[in-house]
Design a protein around this ligand. Structure first.
Ligand code: ZN
Length: 292
């Protein structure tokens, strides 16, 4: 009788979670950033949850210049999640947290990097392998761009510009791998809302799969190259998806930004994309925004 009751209780617990069982568990990490993470994390959380595909938790680090003791309780439980999204750009995490993330991704976990999250951790070699390119100076490592013929061009360390961006503006996103699940059904070219156009990003740049680029216009203090905007990198059994768009709340209101980030998160978590491309997705020459 006791066993029966226990089985019944277990079934209740599992069955009552119903829809939640289909949801992917996503963890946003924030707490330090040279950007307004207090504004952008709620936007990320809102549009991810509105897809119906994610349940989102947030792990917030201690603020800058905290006493070492404050960091002792910052132990994000990466292993509990299907996907981790970094909205963090600040002091190095404790070594234990770094190792945990490495093991999590190497073991098949999904990691998503948004905008300045790729500025973080220049001194963490495994992180740099995961992101491929980061906000670093020209001497740090190679740079990868795409030329007018669509060929990938590698520039060696010390040659060409380091990380930077011109004034914020609206710019066109060109999809470079339309066969990729994340980009399937997305217009070949579409207009992103006001944002910084990152250029000259540097890193080990190994195993990069470039999914989208933007032309960095010299008239906007750009490089004259097609700079990578969205890419992914395999790391062990896991996948790392980087989207360098998303400077501010208004940049994240771009329907294109939201769609690509959500689909990228689903893809690194499962290897598949079920999230649709919304009808109000931006088109060539026309932005589309929504506050989630
Ligand atoms: Zn920025």
């Amino acid at each position: 009788m006791r066993k029966l009751a226990l089985t019944f209780a277990l079934c209740l617990a599992v069955c009552s979670s119903g829809v939640a069982a289909d949801k992917l568990e996503l963890l946003i990490v924030d707490g330090q950033n040279n950007h307004q993470w207090q504004k952008t994390t709620p936007i990320l959380k809102a549009f991810l949850e509105q897809t119906g595909r994610f349940r989102v938790d947030v792990a917030t680090s201690p603020p800058k210049k905290s006493q070492p003791d404050a960091w002792k309780t910052f132990r994000p439980q990466f292993a509990k999640y299907d996907v981790v999204l970094s909205n963090y750009n600040g002091e190095p995490w404790p070594e234990e947290v770094q190792k945990n993330l490495e093991q999590y991704v190497a073991g098949g976990g999904g990691l998503v990097i948004v905008h300045a999250a790729n500025n973080a951790f220049p001194g963490w070699p495994e992180w740099n392998k995961m992101i491929g390119l980061g906000w670093r100076n020209a001497k740090y490592g190679p740079r990868v761009t795409v030329n007018d013929d669509g060929d990938t061009v590698r520039t060696e360390a010390g040659e060409g510009p380091g990380a930077g961006h011109g004034p914020q503006h609206e710019f066109s996103i060109v999809i470079r791998d339309r066969g990729h699940a994340v980009m399937d059904g997305i217009p070949a070219e579409w207009m992103h809302f006001k944002d910084e156009l990152y250029h000259g990003q540097r890193g080990p740049a190994q195993n990069m799969h470039i999914l989208a680029t933007a032309y960095s216009d010299p008239a906007k203090r750009g490089t004259g190259a097609h700079e990578p905007m969205v890419w992914w990198i395999p790391y062990g059994e896991g996948r790392v998806f980087t989207n360098v768009m998303g400077h501010a709340d208004y940049s994240m209101h771009c329907v294109g930004f939201q769609t690509v980030t959500a689909r990228g998160a689903e893809w690194v978590a499962t290897g598949e994309v079920t999230l649709p491309v919304p009808k109000n997705f931006p088109s060539a020459g026309k932005t589309s925004t929504q506050e989630p």
